[in-house]
Structure formats: C-alpha cells, structure tokens
Design a protein. Structure first.
Length: 447
C-alpha cells in the first residue's frame, strides 16, 4: 500500500469529519484496499479519484414540520445524501429511525455507491431518511409524516435523477404513502421510488430480494469451496425483512437455521426453524411487539428465548448478520471462531466492525461484506426501474433468475479481484472491483 496516500486521505477525512465515526470507518475500510490500485494509476491520481469518491456530491438537509392526528405540531430532521451519480441516477433507501444521523447516512450512501457499481446496473449511490420513529405510532400519523417528508424531498428526486427505496422502518406501506404524495404534487406517474406495490408499478420478488440474494451469494461461495448450503447449520441475527427471507431461502436449500434475533435477545431452535415457522413470522411480523417470542409460543417446535443476548455463541457453520451496523464485535467474532464458524456473510450494511473482521482474516474464516452479499435488494430495485421505464411487469420466475444471475456475477467479480494463492479475500475483491468501474467512469467523464 502507498502509506503516504492512505495517510493523507484518511487524515483529510478525519480532520473535516472527526465526529462522523461510521462514515470514517466505511471510508477507511475501502481506502485500505483501493489505495494500491489508485497509487499505481497516474490517471486516477491526476483526477484525484479516491478523494472524490469519498466525498458526497450533494447533501440535502431539511426540517420536516408536520401536524399529527392529535393536532399537535412535531418537528423532525430529514436528509438525502446524493453521494455519486457517475454510474446513473442516485439510488438507495430511506431510513426512518431515531438513530439516523448525517454520519450514518453518509456511510450508507458511500457503501451504496460501491454496492450499486458491483451489480453492473446503471445506478449511482445515495441514502436518506429522518429521525422519525414510527414504532408505536398509529397508521394515520405514519401517513402524515410520510407526506410531510415527501413534500420536502420531492424537489430533489426524479426517475432520471434520484430514485429512493425503502430501508429500516420504510416498507411497502410507507413507500405507498410517499409515492402517493409525490404523484399528487408532481402530477406524474413515474418510477421515482422502488419497492412500490404491485398495483402501481412495483415488482415481484422485491420484498424477498435482499435475503434471497444473500443466500444466492452464499451458494456461490459454497460452490467455489467445493461444498453446498445443504446440511449447513446457520445462525442469523435480525428478525426483519432481510433476516426472515434469508432464513426462508436457507431452509429451501436444505440448511438448518438455528437463530433469529432482535434488540431484546435471540430465539434458538436446536432442530432448525421449519418453513412454516418462518412464513408465519413473515406474515405476522407487524402484528406483534416481539415477533420472536410470539413465534416461540406459536410454533410446535421447541425453542428457547435468550433475553439481552446475541446469537453468536451458538455452534454453527455459517453466520449471517442481518440486523444493523456494528452489531458483531471482536468478542462475538471470537465466539464464532470457537464454535467452528467457517463463513460470515453480511446481510446488513457493515454489521461487522473492523476488529471482528480482523479476527476472521487472521483465522481464515471466509468473510463477505454487505456491499457484495446484500446487493440483491438494490439489484431488484434496478430491475423495477427498468420495468417502470417501459411500463411492464416481469413475472416472479424471470426476476428470481435474474437476481440469482446478478449475485453470481458479483461473486465472480469478487473472485477475480480478491483471489490470492491460498484463498479469496472477498472484501478486497468487492472494493477493488467496484472502485475500478467507478474510477474508469469518473475519468471518462472528466471534472
């Protein structure tokens, strides 16, 4: 690595954004892999590509002032980080959660740029959201907030400019409210949001895509290592859309899924969740305050609930962290190592911190970062954009096959750039493969 270039860039970022820990973590991880490529290419250095890739092209901040169903005025903060558009319209989700901050959104938009480049589809990278917490709110309040948020956001998005999607706490219901307000304000029916309902421009497989895509990538990793998903014991964190659909696809492929989790603990099923268990959780997730404890009571299979604990102490072959950023720490990685884990694939965005990643690297545990492993969601969003552009709707089988093909292609790109004499460094491969595509496009378009 060119230490001087790495140190110069990371120092530049730390000086200006010292209070943005998540953003600094994400950029440092990528820079450590791409700086040797950058330093060896005079065109990249001439156009200052590495620095430009780290900095968002535009950050939009706005206040969301709205009146709730009780007639009370509330004030929230909203953002849209339009990170890089060299590959196409900004593309990335909206997150409604009290933990949303500029640092979190900048890291997500940065990661999204690289993730989208890996798909091979014409999409740039962006991310947005608000510090609004929909938990415990009635449906009318959620609708009123979505409409107020869109009244500000609609000035900055469009099908050829920026196409948001859903993320944490922004599902099909919220996308419907957001899209309805956009359509009323702009008098246009266009593919300006993805994750829409099937009745108004949505796509089959979109809900399942991130979780299914994660397991399709896992299947490609297993094939490359001369093994199969079938028969493997899998531990999963999270109990949302990604975790549940990843669990479902694992079961379809013959794996034994042992855990699901949330912020209050994890649910362990020694013999593995059944397909009926997972489908019940998917169908009833919004009806219970804790879908996992409800599943324990509903299921005919014995399950154990562990309050305030993580699932990484359970013996398994494969770990799929699907909850949130920096959920899996060094001590968790040591637990996985001690219990025989062979592979870790990120279903969430940056769920494994740098110390955990170091444990995986030092002990030859295969690690695949989220920008590669969880790209299925945005890949399907790209396919939804294509369907909207020609006013068509492909069927489930066609889209599922396209999703699998895209995930296999991403895996191949990671192999090509991350292969060493002894193994494959998927994180390095993903970072370099995406960087090369972005850098070449930036050089070609000048400044």
């Amino acid at each position: 690595m060119s230490t001087s270039n790495f140190d110069t860039l990371t120092s530049f970022l730390k000086t200006r954004f010292h209070d943005q820990a998540e953003y600094l973590q994400a950029t440092s991880e990528v820079l450590s892999d791409i700086i040797p490529i950058y330093s060896a290419n005079e065109r990249y250095k001439h156009y200052d590509i590495a620095r430009r890739l780290c900095l968002p092209e535009r950050i939009i901040y706005f206040t969301v002032t709205w009146m709730n169903s009780a007639g009370e005025v509330e004030v929230n903060q909203g953002w849209r980080v339009q990170h890089n558009s060299v590959m196409g319209p900004y593309k990335g989700g909206l997150r409604f959660h009290p933990s949303v901050s500029l640092s979190v959104l900048k890291f997500l938009a940065f990661e999204q740029t690289f993730k989208n480049a890996l798909t091979g589809l014409p999409m740039g990278g962006g991310k947005g959201g608000a510090d609004f917490n929909p938990k415990g709110r009635n449906e009318r309040d959620i609708m009123l907030f979505c409409q107020a948020y869109m009244r500000e956001l609609q000035r900055h998005i469009g099908e050829q400019t920026d196409v948001p999607a859903g993320d944490i706490n922004v599902g099909a219901r919220e996308i419907g409210y957001l899209y309805g307000e956009y359509r009323r304000l702009n008098n246009r029916f266009e593919g300006v949001l993805t994750g829409k309902g099937l009745e108004f421009g949505g796509s089959h497989i979109r809900t399942e895509a991130t979780g299914f895509g994660l397991v399709y990538f896992l299947d490609a990793v297993c094939t490359a290592q001369n093994t199969t998903v079938e028969g493997k014991k899998v531990t999963i964190s999270g109990a949302g859309n990604v975790a549940l659909h990843a669990a479902l696809k694992c079961v379809h492929m013959g794996a034994r899924v042992l855990t699901l989790s949330n912020s209050r603990g994890f649910l362990y099923c020694e013999h593995g969740y059944s397909e009926n268990d997972i489908n019940w959780a998917i169908e009833h997730a919004s009806q219970y305050d804790n879908i996992l404890t409800a599943l324990k009571e509903h299921s005919q299979h014995p399950m154990n609930w562990y309050s305030n604990e993580k699932p990484w102490g359970i013996k398994g072959d494969i770990a799929l962290p699907c909850a949130t950023q920096n959920e899996l720490l060094e001590e968790d990685a040591q637990h996985l190592l001690a219990h025989g884990c062979q592979m870790v694939l990120e279903g969430a965005n940056m769920p494994c911190d740098q110390d955990a990643q170091a444990v995986f690297s030092q002990n030859n545990i295969t690690f695949v970062p989220g920008k590669a492993a969880n790209a299925g969601g945005v890949a399907l969003s790209g396919l939804e954009m294509a369907q909207n552009a020609v006013f068509s709707q492909d069927d489930r089988d066609v889209l599922d096959n396209k999703l699998r093909s895209i995930m296999q292609n991403i895996h191949q790109r990671c192999l090509e750039e991350g292969q060493t004499d002894s193994n494959t460094n998927y994180a390095r491969g993903a970072n370099i493969a995406a960087f090369k595509r972005l850098a070449e496009a930036m050089v070609a378009q000048g400044v």
